[in-house]
Design a binder for this molecule. Sequence first.
Ligand SMILES: Cc1ncc(COP(=O)(O)O)c(C=O)c1O
Length: 385
Amino acid sequence: MTLVTPSIIGRSVHELPTPIAVLDDSALEHNLTTMAGWCREHGVELQPHGKTTMAPALFDRQLAAGATGITAATPAQVRVMREHGVPDVQLANELVQPGEAAWVAGEVAAGFGFRCWVDSPDGVEIMQAAAAPTGAVVDVLLEVGSPGGRTGTRAAAARDAVRAAIGRAPNVRLTGVAGYEGSMAGDRTPPSMAAVRAYLETLRAAGEELAPDVDGEVVLSAGGSMFYDVVADVLTGGGRVILRSGCYVTHDSGMFRRNSPLDGPDAPARLRAALTVWGTVVSAPEPGRAFLDVGRRDASFDQGLPVPLAVLPRGEREPRPLDGAEITALNDQHAFVALPVDAALAVGDRVQLGISHPCTTFDKWRWIALAGPGGVVADVVETRF
Ligand SMILES: Cc1ncc(COP(=O)(O)O)c(C=O)c1O
């Protein structure tokens, strides 16, 4: 890193070696302020999921924009956040490794704002055993799942068992409920919306059920980047609503472009795709076909292939839109581009690819160029996966 990054600051992204991941600073800022404004307007908090970027510099910008904490998926992510000085972290999982639970409890005793999820009496017991020697009281959210779904209690009886276990655990404090509606559906078709709404209604009812066990306002935490409008609609009025959207921060040109509450013709405001990957045409061996030096190592492919956005023809200075081109396959380090009959890409042309699903593009890069006005690199954003 030290060999590469200092030399790129102040240079145009169009001069830099490809493949290269680029964050557009103005699009990023637009997304941070748009989402912060949306949350304010809807009376909900945002603790963005940090696993999307694992970029401490972006955590700072999210907190500066009004986020009340950062969410983590694993204890290792919690450690990165704590080390960076994030004051409040929500671990959106049960913390069941005794060593990690003991470390967290020690940090809580030292003033770390932390809460994690529980969905079993075993999980409560592990946390109690870890916290007792430190004297810390660790806050937990009872996770509400759904039959056949991901983690989380399936029914009221399981929730009662967890509540009873918390009642026996003086170093564990119940503060509310949590769940993830994003694992119920992957688009905004009417059946998906109905499933998400029904699940969120269960979550809200669970929060009402356990309110007598909670000191103060019940926390209700849900919300990825596809259904936060439904989350706000169903949960508002039931307690302190905390969203955990992660992908909104860069948005994308694929799954979230099609399915975000803040995109499309009817949206009240539109997020912008802030993360793209640039590649170069390394071969154009037959009509209608070109190959880029971008592959599975460089861009996500788990929720749709990258989308060609623009081309900078060899020797030119201004990119222009690349209409009609499509990525049809990715190898480790090649992208197959299919071109319309009237279009051509030449060897040496540079192509900008939009991505689908930010999380799995971020984790491919140890650093990402932050492009300011005119595509000049203003900074380098490090990731800590
Ligand atoms: C528990 C949980 N919360 C929040 C999120 C963030 O959702 P998104 O990736 O749609 O921003 C995720 C993503 O996987 C998640 O698993």
